[in-house]
Write a protein that binds this ligand. Sequence first.
Ligand code: RTP
Ligand code: MG
Length: 142
Amino acid sequence: MALERTLSIVKPDAVAKNVVGEIYSRFEKNGLKVVAAKMKQLSKQEAEGFYAVHRERPFFNALVNFMISGPVMVQVLEGDNAVLKNRELMGATNPKEAAAGTIRADFADSIDANAVHGSDSLENAAIEIAYFFPATDVYAGR
Ligand code: RTP
Ligand code: MG
């Protein structure tokens, strides 16, 4: 299996609910190691840049406004097949469709406030990690 890194964000709703530790536990119990992390209040510009692929989508403004509604926790997760594994732990985008036991099923309230972000491909993971962390701020997990 391939050792990968992926970019994860605990979104403002989950930070406000005080479940950062609960979500980190899911990562740790499933072989994903936090190798970089910071709490951050995103600016509008940072949130727009991060979700630039969705700029033309009808939900873009709501998404950006939600992402800047409070601080987020941004982390790099490292582990075997980290990109897919994190997406599996997160569950479906809409928490109503998320499998039982996933982060979104357990902590998210709606498709708009859905607790976590995770990179959707290895290529995007590299881009997203570089968006938030200089290479010197990401530590080797093993
Ligand atoms: P994320 O990027 O945040 O990890 O979420 P995702 O891959 O599961 O979903 P994506 O398609 O990338 O959409 C990004 C975020 O936009 C909101 N969204 N709303 N109303 C809608 O149909 C809709 N579709 C997407 C969600 O909050 C989603 O997390
Ligand atoms: Mg996405």
